[in-house]
Design a protein around this ligand. Structure first.
Ligand SMILES: Nc1ccn([C@@H]2O[C@H](COP(=O)(O)OP(=O)(O)OP(=O)(O)O)[C@@H](O)[C@H]2O)c(=O)n1
Ligand SMILES: C[C@](O)(CO)[C@H](O)COP(=O)(O)O
Length: 231
């Protein structure tokens, strides 16, 4: 069974307000994207990595990141699209055959091997699984005037992360149908939930698996890099 990973690195990083793509910023001495790729490169269970980057950044990545280690599992660099789902769709089109695909944000460098393995085990059984953590804050739903509509039962709320793992054909079919999705969708699993009438299983991950999104995440990221353990 082939296990493929799509690593997404083609965003603009606007919320980071940095002159460079946020994935190229140094964290614990290496570019963020380097850390992310290395986790998957080192795993026996992972066969192929499809790295999605912006067209004008392909040669930068080739020269400045892929040369920092043995990244032989990176089978292809795929051109990113305007929005995250366009980037995912481009990558899915370049993966052939059958198997599992894990979709991961390049901006989540603290993903742990043990959580990926747990996710894969579940996805192999049920074809669609995501990593997440129970929310720590109380969440309120509000209307456009910020009037509180509802306070959902916190015990049932999880913050979803990546990787998200799917049977390759299932997620390909979902992406083919995505223009039929009437609402915006925020992650890949939402397409499976909304368009494929298929269950998605939540797998408990780690709070450290943050997405580097705003400048304060960099300082927190340095702290995580120093203190992270395998458990
Ligand atoms: N067109 C896009 C948009 C996003 N991504 C990737 O998807 C991941 C999650 O997106 P996010 O953190 O929102 O990144 P950006 O879109 O770059 O951030 P921003 O919204 O601040 O511009 C990132 O690793 C990003 O590079 C991508 O590959 N292609
Ligand atoms: C997919 C995701 O990382 C799950 O938390 C998240 O939804 C990506 O959102 P963004 O707006 O692209 O940061």
């Amino acid at each position: 069974m082939e296990i493929n990973v799509i690593v997404l690195a083609a965003g603009m990083g606007n919320r980071m307000q940095h002159h460079q793509n946020k994935q190229f910023i140094q964290l614990a001495g290496y570019p963020i994207l380097y850390h992310t790729l290395l986790v998957f490169q080192k795993m026996k269970a992972i066969h192929n990595i499809f790295l999605v980057v912006r067209n004008d950044e392909m040669s930068y990545v080739e020269k400045n990141i892929l040369t920092l280690n043995d990244f032989s599992k990176v089978k292809k660099m795929v051109k990113g699209g305007n929005e995250r789902p366009d980037s995912v769709h481009n990558a899915l089109k370049s993966i052939e055959g059958e198997g599992l695909v894990l979709i991961h944000d390049g901006a989540r460098p603290f993903i742990k091997e043990k959580d990926i393995l747990k996710l894969i085990q579940v996805a192999l059984k049920c074809n669609a699984a995501v990593l997440g953590v129970p929310v720590k804050d109380t969440i309120k739903s509000v209307d456009t005037h910020h009037l509180v509509i509802k306070t959902p039962d916190r015990r049932l709320l999880w913050a979803v992360q990546t990787p998200q793992a799917f049977d390759l054909n299932l997620i390909k079919q979902a992406y083919e149908k995505r223009y039929a999705c009437s609402t915006d969708f925020w992650d890949d699993a939402m397409l499976i939930e909304e368009l494929m009438n298929h269950d998605v299983k939540m797998v408990e991950g780690s709070y450290d698996n943050i997405k580097i999104t705003t400048p304060s995440d960099l300082a927190y990221g340095e702290w995580i890099a120093k203190h992270q353990t395998d458990d």
